[in-house]
Design a protein around this ligand. Structure first.
Ligand SMILES: [Zn+2]
Length: 399
């Protein structure tokens, strides 16, 4: 019973509406609209992702969301994924809207001659993809028809694959830890219907297994559950309600490079085929946001909160000072709002609590004279009077 109560309270669609994060509208079923506060969270997630990937040696790319039909025939999506795709026709040519970003990354890889010295090439893309889902299955940000995959495609030599997998495992761990998520790891091996050579499969599975063991990562084996083009490692994060969500994935692929004739010139001057690694960490930005909203029950950590500080003047006479405080906080990078309505302070505090703003600063006559604020923390209440400088330091140490 209490579980059900929790789930109701933590429904991300209701929280999304209450906190003004995103909306679903009948004008575009399954394609969410993001409100300004939702965009703050989204941008924080994307900026964090960009920063971490840049440090980890990835190069960011952006490929078109719509490309000609023949590309999708070549990639196999036309045969295997047709029912989930959207199509268009421009200048009497057939196009498809991308359900995945892989072919675009391959076109860029193939756009010039590659040498063994250039590898690994790590292309990262926040790719907007569209996949048709039945209207009955759509659910807020969890199940949508358009979403942004935090994709990356790594083109590597066979002798580099183990190290690349290791680096991805480290990056996944680094990013999940920032949200306080623990996670489970699953290794999925060759399915009954597979493409390619058995020997390559065995080698790839062995190298994934070796890396997991060398890093001392506990994992479960999911025999026969790999993709038809290669084995994979999946990551299931555990949220604060004890639920598990598959988010990240690392997939080895020998088929794509084959289909698209990817090559590099080896140290023997002969063309070789690279191995392609597809990987995602959030999975989908939209879905990850839904999980975060429920995981935190809308009370986001300070760095992620859309509004970090709400300044609450006690009376109209304190409004000017409130805006001064706001300007000083913004100068050091905080996202701040002033509740300058002519309402009782008790009501303003209650509403800021309802909006789950991490910190409140109540200001009245005394605070104005002392250049101070009465600091309050969401759910914890009054933290006492602090000079504005001290309050700023306090917030900075909470980040
Ligand atoms: Zn891919």
């Amino acid at each position: 019973m209490s579980n059900q109560g929790n789930d109701m309270k933590r429904n991300h669609r209701e929280l999304g509406q209450q906190l003004e994060l995103f909306m679903s509208m009948e004008e575009a079923p399954g394609m969410p609209f993001f409100l300004p506060k939702g965009m703050v969270i989204r941008n924080q997630l994307e900026n964090l992702w960009k920063e971490k990937h840049q440090k980890a040696g990835y190069q960011e790319i952006k490929t078109p969301i719509m490309m000609k039909q023949h590309l999708w025939e070549q990639s196999g999506h036309w045969d295997h994924y047709h029912e989930n795709m959207y199509f268009s026709n421009i200048d009497e040519q057939n196009y498809a809207i991308k359900p995945m970003s892989c072919p675009g990354a391959v076109l860029l890889y193939n756009s010039k001659r590659r040498s063994y010295r250039e590898l690994p090439i790590r292309y990262a893309e926040l790719g907007l993809v569209h996949r048709h889902e039945l209207s009955g299955s759509l659910n807020g940000l969890l199940r949508v028809r358009s979403f942004t995959q935090d994709d990356a495609h790594i083109f590597a030599r066979e002798d580099q694959v183990k190290d690349e997998i290791k680096h991805v495992l480290e990056l996944v761990d680094e990013i999940y830890s920032l949200f306080g998520f623990s996670y489970k790891v699953e290794l999925s091996t060759r399915p009954e219907k597979y493409m390619g050579v058995l020997e390559k499969w065995n080698k790839a599975e062995a190298s994934l297994q070796q890396v997991l063991e060398e890093k001392g990562i506990d994992y479960s084996l999911n025999e026969g559950d790999g993709a038809f083009y290669g084995p994979k490692i999946d990551f299931h994060i555990l949220d604060s309600l004890g639920r598990s969500w598959q988010c990240g994935t690392i997939q080895l692929d020998f088929q794509f490079p084959e289909k698209f004739g990817c090559a590099y010139i080896g140290d023997d001057n002969k063309p070789q085929q690279p191995i392609m690694i597809h990987r995602a960490i959030y999975g989908s930005i939209e879905r990850f946001m839904a999980i975060l909203i429920e995981h935190f029950d809308g009370s986001f950590p300070l760095w992620l909160a859309p509004i970090q500080v709400s300044i609450l003047p006690i009376a109209q006479a304190h409004i000017d000072y409130s805006y001064q405080v706001k300007a000083e906080l913004e100068k050091v990078g905080f996202r701040v709002e002033v509740d300058d309505r002519n309402e009782k302070i008790g009501l303003k505090i209650r509403e800021a609590e309802k909006q789950k703003v991490p910190f409140m600063m109540v200001v009245g006559q005394k605070e104005m004279e002392n250049h101070s604020v009465a600091l309050r923390k969401h759910k914890e209440g009054n933290l006492g009077d602090k000079s504005l400088d001290d309050a700023i330091h306090f917030l900075q140490s909470d980040m």
